[in-house]
Design a binder for this molecule. Structure first.
Ligand code: SAH
Ligand code: SF4
Length: 342
């Protein structure tokens, strides 16, 4: 059986050829999948009933199931999606009242091998990579379910996207060409896999790179992110500089704020020093509680104090709005809990 979701126009043409139909039929099917987000072949009403019956014998729209759907009081939606092999990932749709943007936060892996101490996903360990089709299916599922068009994509769900770079790049290309979501509206967030940052710098894809820095020095970083042992801060900085030089693009530095651990005056000073010659914006992420550790979120006052210390260095600093924490959909809270794995 062919799964139509995720196929390019060329691939759909091979199916219509098999059915001895014209290329125009392929274009119609492509529109139904990507622009009108249908769930079944029967909904493709500009195809004749006879052709739909033929198509149904060899193809289905999707084989992914919505296992659980939760709605937050702030409008954020979280889906637990199940693939045919029984593995599940979570995908989040964020809407912001004052903006037209609809941002999908997609997963790139089932679980994650990087094992950051503050993250619920890491606690599951690594299970498997998602295929590029499984990545784009997440966005299609949201579109089918809500009837809305996703405008922005962030690779900030479960998994480390740069450890599944081939599939992430293929998915980005399809988001670009088939969903008409510009590369600049796609953000890839990484814990700092240096060789893959270099590889990404050499691709054509002009997406935004976000780097999860989270600590201003080696000691604190290795305590919360084991990846620091393999890819330490000084080399990371070289890779980021190279990325900025090659692409000409400003990067986003994500900095998780954990009370009394990395939210001090000293940390702010060291962070300013580390970033002083990097073309970047800073996004502060106040820690969201996960069940498996006893870190705390700093008070609003200390978040604002930390922010203004950074701003004095002339950088643009934002504090990430917390979305969906009442349904464990906020950053770092995606663990598959609704599935009973945690
Ligand atoms: N693996 C990638 C992308 C997924 S995580 C990465 O680590 O960058 C997306 C963001 O959520 C990262 O910046 C991550 O560090 C952050 N995050 C993880 N756990 C969190 C938590 N408990 N509270 C707030 N942010 C968290
Ligand atoms: Fe993996 Fe990112 Fe979670 Fe770290 S923060 S464990 S890299 S998903």
């Amino acid at each position: 059986m062919y799964i139509l979701s995720g196929l390019t126009l060329d691939e759909i043409e091979k199916i219509t050829d098999e059915l001895h139909a014209s290329k125009f039929r392929a274009r119609q099917i492509h529109n139904w999948i990507y622009l009108k987000s249908v769930s079944s072949i029967d909904e493709m009403t500009d195809l004749s009933v006879k052709f739909r019956e033929e198509l149904k014998k060899i193809a289905v729209v999707t084989n992914i199931k919505i296992k659980v759907k939760q709605t937050s009081s702030d409008g954020t939606l979280k889906y637990l999606l199940e693939f045919p092999d029984g593995e599940c990932v979570e995908t989040v749709l964020m809407r912001f009242d004052n903006r037209a943007n609809l941002t999908a936060c997609v997963s790139s892996q089932v679980g994650c091998a990087v094992n950051c101490s503050f993250c619920a996903t890491g606690k599951r360990g690594f299970i498997r990579n998602l295929t590029y089709k499984e990545i784009i299916e997440q966005v299609l599922t949201i579109q089918r379910d809500t009837g809305l068009k996703v405008t922005n994509i962030v690779f900030m769900g479960q998994g480390e996207p740069l450890l599944n770079l081939d599939n992430v790049l293929k998915a980005m290309k399809i988001f670009n060409e088939n969903f008409q979501i510009g590369a600049r509206r796609i953000t890839v967030s990484t814990a700092g896999i240096i060789p893959k940052i270099k590889e990404l710098a050499n691709t054509e894809m002009q997406s935004t790179l976000a780097i999860s820095l989270h600590a201003p020095n080696h000691e604190i970083r290795k305590q919360i992110m084991p990846v620091e042992n393999k890819y330490p801060l000084p080399e990371l900085k070289q890779a980021l500089k190279n990325y900025i030089d090659k692409t000409g693009r400003r990067i986003t530095v994500e900095y998780l704020l954990i009370k009394d651990l990395n939210d001090t005056l000293e940390s702010a000073k060291q962070l300013v020093q580390y970033l002083h010659d990097l073309k970047c914006n800073i996004n502060l992420i106040p820690y969201n509680p996960t069940a498996k550790n006893d870190y705390q979120r700093p008070s609003n006052n200390s978040i604002m104090r930390f922010k203004s210390l950074l701003e004095q260095s002339g950088k643009k600093v934002t504090v990430r709005l917390e979305r969906g924490s009442d349904i464990d959909a906020a950053c770092g809270q995606l663990s598959g809990k609704a599935q009973g794995t945690v």
